[in-house]
Design a binder for this molecule. Structure first.
Ligand SMILES: NC(=O)c1ccc[n+]([C@@H]2O[C@H](COP(=O)([O-])OP(=O)(O)OC[C@H]3O[C@@H](n4cnc5c(N)ncnc54)[C@H](OP(=O)(O)O)[C@@H]3O)[C@@H](O)[C@H]2O)c1
Length: 277
């Protein structure tokens, strides 16, 4: 699907770089198939050193002749960036936005012509091909555009198409999610340290346990509560740990964290001086 396709990435920052690295590692596209843009001259060396792709400050020049334009700038920069390239884009080009909070309608209005738009919400584990991307289609995107977008994000992990009304929820859950899970891994590792386990071993124990548990949920398709019950021996030690988690309101805290992040995701596009996702 991606063979002979040329990809332009507007905004090679953290997420843009993660996606490009994943695509290159998978061999889905070569370095000569991908070019990017950034805002500051000083970033050119960083992108060239880390990714070895062509990079420019000129978005209008960048998008000319490219099959797919992936826009990965901060939500509050989307208005200016999209308006800036609108008149040089043509109907055979696919625009994919990964900006949190920015709807396909927002982009279509600024393009002011009937161009295919796909909104995607990936996450940074894409860099190791373990990403999770939620996607939805704009008004003018067809099955071919859907397949193309899916092919790109499948290279860097799992994909799921959802109704656009759910995209802020996806943003709060799986795009912000790695941050929550790093805090949990860090906390479990601290617990190991408290119990005398060296920090490196403790971190390995915590991270591999999270990875294995996630795989159990995905592979077995069993309800997480059932998997939890399998670990919880009557009168054993796990139930004592679970009681502490309940007392500390871990579940409700996680639910509230994701709901709060989704509320914030809804307003990002209208916010100045925000750090993005
Ligand atoms: N980080 C995540 O985990 C994640 C996950 C899902 C979605 N997203 C979305 O991805 C987007 C980028 O987030 P990020 O975390 O990667 O932010 P970031 O690291 O700040 O990257 C933004 C990049 O955009 C470039 N840029 C700014 N204005 C530009 C312009 N006019 N033309 C070309 N490039 C421009 C910046 O260039 P300079 O480097 O020169 O400043 C920077 O490289 C956001 O919309 C966010 O919602 C992020």
């Amino acid at each position: 699907m991606l063979k002979n396709k040329k990809l332009a990435v507007i905004g090679v920052g953290k997420l843009g770089e993660a996606l490009i690295s994943g695509l290159l590692k998978q061999g889905a596209l070569g370095k000569s198939d991908i070019s990017g843009s950034i805002a500051h001259e000083a970033s050119i060396a960083r992108v060239k050193d880390r990714l070895g792709i062509e990079v420019t400050l000129d978005n209008r020049e960048l998008v000319r002749g490219k099959d797919v334009i992936l826009v990965a700038v901060k939500p509050q920069n989307m208005d200016r960036v999209i308006k800036g390239i609108a008149d040089v884009l043509t109907a055979d080009q696919l625009i994919i936005s990964v900006a949190a909070s920015v709807t396909t309608q927002f982009i279509e209005e600024r393009l002011a012509k009937e161009l295919p738009v796909v909104r995607a919400m990936p996450n940074t584990p894409a860099i190791i091909n373990a990403g999770m991307t939620g996607l939805c289609l704009g008004r003018f995107a067809n099955a071919e555009h859907k397949n193309m977008a899916e092919a790109i994000f499948r290279c860097v992990g799992e994909t799921v198409f959802v109704d656009e009304s759910l995209m802020d929820g996806v943003t709060a859950l799986s795009a912000s999610g790695p941050a929550y899970l790093y805090v949990i891994i860090e906390s479990l590792a601290e617990a190991g340290v408290k119990l005398g386990i060296p920090r490196d071993i403790s971190t390995l124990l915590a991270a591999q346990t999270m990875l294995g548990s996630a795989r159990m949920v995905l592979d077995s398709k069993a309800h997480p509560a059932m998997l939890k019950d399998n670990v919880t021996t009557p009168a054993g030690c796990t139930i004592d740990g679970l009681m502490e988690l309940e007392e500390g309101k871990l579940r409700v805290t996680l639910i509230k964290a994701v709901v709060k992040a989704a509320e914030r995701a809804r307003e990002l596009v209208n916010t100045q001086n925000t750090s993005g996702k």
